[in-house]
Design a binder for this molecule. Structure first.
Ligand SMILES: *[C@@H]1O[C@H](CO)[C@@H](O)[C@H](O)[C@H]1NC(C)=O
Ligand SMILES: *[C@@H]1O[C@H](CO)[C@@H](O)[C@H](O)[C@H]1NC(C)=O
Ligand SMILES: *[C@@H]1O[C@H](CO)[C@@H](O)[C@H](O)[C@H]1NC(C)=O
Ligand SMILES: *[C@@H]1O[C@H](CO)[C@@H](O)[C@H](O)[C@H]1NC(C)=O
Ligand SMILES: *[C@@H]1O[C@H](CO)[C@@H](O)[C@H](O)[C@H]1NC(C)=O
Ligand SMILES: *[C@@H]1O[C@H](CO)[C@@H](O)[C@H](O)[C@H]1NC(C)=O
Length: 452
């Protein structure tokens, strides 16, 4: 009994000491205490770690973060040595900034530091707009061996239900995909924005994602500008930017080289404007694949212009599975330079990954596609123009104007290919296209097409 009381006393004293010490160590996160009670947080707060005695304490940020609307992740305990797990500090910085009523609270990831963070969901809605200023480097745990078992392997950084946010800066987001690329199971995307709106991504370098670098789903008003995405040509499924059920999108002035689509546009996207993009190596710009598992897909009002495809497998491609429904319409590909591209212009309504897809009688309807001023060279192993439209539902109103594609190897040429493709040439093309069908297909007359 006496012993017991004694232990209780010891416990109380040490607990009291702990409170004192941690309060001291946490002086920079003082007011986070009230706000760190986030609904969706899936990481439980841990007690603050004491500063490492071997390193001198860091200079506090030049301005106190709470008065200037700047939330430096180091103020929340992030170390930035590339090894220490800084997840909790990032979550605290996020939650504090998110609950701040500053008009544009800025979370600062300072230059000269590399912050390791685990798979994390940054959740909104926030009180005001947020800026995540990445001037340093962000990395995930290095490969499957150091990725904790209990933490989601599907994705790394997720931004969920954010209404106004800018992810920007001169820093690097390094997905450390090298150790994942040859494995069957890996995180599907480095950065995912989900059910969010009014987003800007600007200036950053994003590299070596295990799979997709960016995915936007169910978002609206997305502006991406001056970013660079790179991973090796042989890294599988490392799409640059994938959008899905997302509308009002601008992608400008960016460079993407990777092992899959530069930009891929999935079902439910419309009002997408892509300008001044340099792609390659990789698989080019792709609408699709659409209509998988007999699904209904709708894509409309997509413009890609003033862009360059360098050594890509495809240039501009629309791909749909047989058996789908819905439509792709109002697509303009304009002023695109092709440099040794395998399939510069392609519509493939027989998209199939297994070679065992059976012919089906429904299809995603493809119409009103304009190819204007598309010039350059193609890799002669494939046809420079390939329009493989559905047997059941022809493509209609394909328009070609100033399309001039020369073989990259001079003494060989490939012919354009058309199947069930209706459209017209506004100018003569190189090579000449004689396989487009005129007018409106008879099968469509009196046939109610299910447009979106
Ligand atoms: C900590 O927060 C309390 C209450 O919010 C406040 O009164 C106090 O001044 C803060 N201390 C520091 C060091 O910011
Ligand atoms: C987000 O954008 C929509 C229009 O796209 C606008 O109505 C809304 O006010 C914007 N919200 C903020 C917080 O800017
Ligand atoms: C196109 O984007 C590149 C960066 O990829 C930039 O350097 C260049 O200034 C942009 N061109 C225009 C006309 O905006
Ligand atoms: C197509 O999208 C652009 C933005 O990329 C928008 O300005 C335009 O109004 C849209 N056109 C139609 C017909 O909706
Ligand atoms: C499917 O249709 C295409 C085009 O009509 C034809 O070439 C192919 O042989 C058909 N495949 C099967 C399995 O019926
Ligand atoms: C054909 O497509 C173009 C866009 O490429 C569009 O402006 C035009 O209205 C379409 N024509 C018809 C008859 O639908």
């Amino acid at each position: 009994m006496k012993n017991c009381k004694f232990s209780l006393l010891v416990f109380c004293i040490s607990f009291f000491c702990f409170l004192l010490v941690s309060n001291q160590a946490c002086r920079w996160h003082n007011h986070t205490k009230q706000t760190y009670s986030h609904k969706q947080s899936h990481i439980s707060p841990r007690p603050c770690s004491l500063p490492d005695p071997t390193t001198p304490p860091e200079e506090p940020p030049t301005k106190p973060y709470h008065s200037s609307g700047i939330f430096d992740v180091r103020s929340f305990g992030a170390v930035g040595d590339g090894q220490t797990d800084d997840t909790v500090a990032f979550k605290m910085a996020w939650d504090t900034a998110c609950q701040s009523d500053e008009s544009a609270a800025r979370i600062l990831v300072p230059q000269g530091f590399s912050f390791m963070i685990q798979s994390t969901i940054f959740t909104g809605p926030c009180l005001g707009g947020l800026v995540l200023q990445v001037d340093g480097t962000l990395v995930p745990p290095d490969g499957p061996g150091s990725w904790p078992k209990h933490i989601s392997r599907h994705q790394w950084l997720v931004f969920y239900r954010i209404n106004e946010m800018s992810l920007q800066g001169g820093g690097v987001i390094d997905g450390r995909g090298e150790k994942w690329w040859n494995l069957p199971c890996k995180p599907h995307r480095a950065i995912r924005f989900f059910m969010s709106s009014n987003l800007t991504v600007q200036g950053l370098k994003i590299k070596n994602s295990p799979q997709f670098h960016f995915r936007f789903d169910s978002c609206r008003n997305v502006h991406i500008e001056s970013i660079s995405i790179s991973s090796p040509a042989k890294s599988p499924n490392t799409d640059g930017i994938h959008i899905e059920k997302t509308y009002d999108v601008q992608i400008y002035n960016s460079v993407i080289s990777n092992g899959d689509d530069c930009v891929s546009i999935g079902s439910g996207c419309y009002d997408v404007n892509i300008r001044n993009l340099t792609c390659g190596p990789g698989h080019g710009i792709s609408i699709g694949s659409l209509g998988n598992h007999n699904s209904r897909a709708c894509v409309s009002n997509i413009t890609v212009r003033d862009s360059i495809m360098k050594g890509t497998d495809n240039g501009v491609r629309i791909k749909t599975w047989q058996g789908g429904s819905g439509s792709v319409s109002g697509v303009t590909f304009s002023n695109i330079h092709m440099d040794n591209v395998r399939n510069p212009i392609m519509i493939d309504q027989y998209y199939c990954l297994t070679k065992r897809c059976t012919n089906q009688t429904s299809a995603v309807f493809v119409s009103d596609i304009l190819y204007s001023n598309i010039k350059g060279t193609y890799d002669v192993r494939s046809s420079p123009m390939h329009f493989a439209c559905s047997d059941a539902l022809p493509c209609t109103n394909l328009t070609l104007s100033e399309v001039e594609l020369l073989p990259a190897v001079r003494y060989k040429v490939s012919d354009p290919y058309c199947w069930n493709a209706y459209g017209e040439l506004l100018t003569r093309t190189i090579p000449p296209v004689s396989c487009l069908l005129d007018g409106v297909p008879r099968s469509l007359l009196g046939h109610e097409i299910e447009r979106c």
